[in-house]
Write a protein that binds this ligand. Sequence first.
Ligand code: AMP
Length: 174
Amino acid sequence: MLDADDLRAAIRDVSDFPQPGIVFKDITPILGNAELFQTAIRLLAETAHGKDISKVVGIDARGFIFAAAVADRLKCGFVPIRKKGKLPWTTKEEAYSLEYGEAVVEIHQDSVSPGENILLVDDLLATGGTAAAAVRLLDQLEANIVSVSFLIELSGLNGREKLNDHIITSILTY
Ligand code: AMP
């Protein structure tokens, strides 16, 4: 059975993408390999082991790939958090800072019920701004965030500090 080391070996570092100075973690070699993809989903699903999750929430866009498959594995529903303007129904929204300017994410206001047990999933934790905005959205809906799970964590950027009160698990730390 493959493990996290196999995932680490498959991730491709792409320098200066999408802009100079960024080392982009390209996860497409994992997605394109059935065994590696299954391993990633199994390990992410295991972060919720023993927890009574009713919905998995994924963050636009790479988070969807993992969160939807984890939801299927956990026999849960899937809920998308999308960039502003993509969701058709009534939404809650939260703004967060990017290196230049601001971004806004949204969730359907009826997608999660108060007190519902949620697993939040994204591909990568960098500065934590995106995940913190997602957490604030779920807080608006009074969700019970049981755990926040990432495939990759760039620990030098201290994103964890923005998610203070939550249980955070990452499969691969750099
Ligand atoms: P942040 O809000 O800084 O934690 O950024 C997290 C989001 O940006 C994640 O959803 C990632 O998809 C993307 N991201 C940030 N930095 C990288 C990186 N070095 N490689 C790949 N994706 C990244």
